[in-house]
Design a protein around this ligand. Structure first.
Ligand code: NIG
Ligand code: FE
Length: 420
């Protein structure tokens, strides 16, 4: 039997491990990201086998292939737990409408927003969507992301949702980055179900009776998500759809309290959802409910920035209450067309008032927890997946500091190169 390749990552100026219990971190646990100097990481095939003093690891692994980090900073690969990476055309025309004063929901009411991406995705083939998604996911990896969640949600018919999820499956085979698929058939009520003879109840029945069973049968998704927001899906509709998803073995996520408070965070906690995402408009009761639950509060500061809103999720209040927070890009063509995860760390520090350690743990360990992967990735510890990112900086505090820059030199997922 062939022995798995041993690799030793040496000569980093810092190794930031984020090591600790294999679950989401809260409160004071978020304060220390574990910065090591004169340290090395040893991997064997897909796994990390040791993290410790470089001279010791060099003695213990004499035959390992050396990767010289050239005084860069080595971190766990970033875990982007919320993206809508499967879409056709970009929607750059909407930014000027917003600049002229039109709101996100107003653009949607005029048939723009999600509906415009839906019209576009429906006329594209699976091959075409795959060809568009491939370089986009590579770009995400180029910024240090080694695990990415990808949602469907711009199809909104059985065939178009399956088409999107099959594109995700093909990406899983084509790329080294770890990809987690999410079914988001409840992203919107499609326009054709808003006027007679069709009703929104019929669309919800389609999601519950046909889409979810088929997605589960073909094992095309790990999670089901929903846009639970006043004007989109109500709390009762969300309960029904997510209940069906859970019955079919899917874990749950919610787009919750993004623009207006509506009790979606409370619902996420009640249903035991893996994460509740956005939360810019979460209520005090929502904060309490999340803090008392296992549900990860995933914050997406790029979305509020790009929509031109001054409001951001109350990250400090969430942390103070004891909630587990994660960060993600929300990469999508309408509200957050960025692949730059380190830029989210900048926004986390400058807009959400997080420390660098809090932001980094939220982007690694807690991102992994938001995908049910906290025992697999998100920290540099023995036994974990060999998911690493090497940045061209000398101190971890530079990662959010050089904002907008592309500092990731190389990254690996399961020991395989994702970037560089
Ligand atoms: O996370 N809020 C709903 N979904 C996306 C936006 C989708 C779009 O505008 O295309 C979001 O912001
Ligand atoms: Fe989203």
């Amino acid at each position: 039997m062939q022995m798995p390749t041993q690799t030793l990552f040496i000569n980093a100026s810092q190794i930031v491990t984020c090591s600790g219990p294999p679950r989401a971190r809260r409160a004071a646990e978020l304060r220390d990201a574990g910065v090591l100097t004169n340290a090395a990481v040893a991997t064997e095939g897909e796994r990390i086998v040791a993290v410790g003093p470089q001279d010791q690891l060099e003695r213990e692994h004499p035959k390992a292939t050396r990767i010289d980090c050239e005084r860069g900073v080595l971190t766990p690969g970033l875990v982007d737990s919320h993206t809508h990476g499967i879409f056709g055309k970009p929607r750059f025309e909407e930014q000027e409408l917003r600049a002229a004063g039109l709101g996100y929901m107003e653009i949607a009411k005029q048939g723009g927003g999600i509906h415009s991406s839906v019209r576009d995705l429906r006329v594209r083939t699976e091959d075409e969507l795959f060809a568009l998604a491939l370089p986009r996911v590579r770009r995400l990896a180029a910024y240090g992301t080694t695990t990415v969640e990808l949602k469907s949600g711009y199809g909104l018919t059985l065939d178009d949702e399956l088409k999107s999820l099959r594109v995700i499956r093909r990406l899983q085979h084509a790329l080294a980055i770890r990809i987690v698929p999410t079914f988001l058939g409840a992203h919107e009520i499609p326009l054709e179900y808003r006027a007679k003879p069709r009703t929104r109840q019929e669309y919800i029945a389609l999601v519950v009776d046909e889409m979810i069973p088929r997605v589960a049968l073909e094992k095309l998704a790990t999670f089901a998500d929903i846009f639970c927001e006043p004007g989109v899906y109500t709390l009762d509709e969300s309960r029904k759809i997510l209940g069906a998803a859970r019955t079919h073995g899917l874990a749950l996520k919610l787009h919750a309290d993004e623009l207006e408070p509506g009790g979606a965070a409370e619902l996420a906690a009640e249903l035991g959802a893996t994460s509740a995402d956005h939360l810019a408009a979460i209520s005090d009761a929502g904060i309490k409910a999340l803090a008392a639950s296992q549900t990860v509060a995933t914050l997406l500061p790029g979305t509020m920035l790009f929509l031109g809103k001054s409001k951001q999720a109350p990250a400090r209040a969430l942390i103070a209450a004891g909630a587990a927070i994660a960060l993600a890009t929300d990469f999508n063509p309408g509200t957050s067309p960025t692949v730059n995860f380190p830029l989210m760390l900048t926004l986390a520090v400058s807009q959400l008032h997080l420390s660098v350690a809090e932001a980094l743990i939220a982007a690694t360990t807690n991102g992994a927890a938001a995908l049910g992967l906290a025992a697999e990735t998100g920290q540099l510890s023995p036994g974990f997946s060999a998911d690493l990112a090497l940045f061209d900086i000398g101190d971890i505090r530079e990662l959010p500091y050089w904002y907008g820059d592309q500092r990731c030199r190389r990254s690996w997922a399961r020991g395989n190169a994702c970037h560089g």
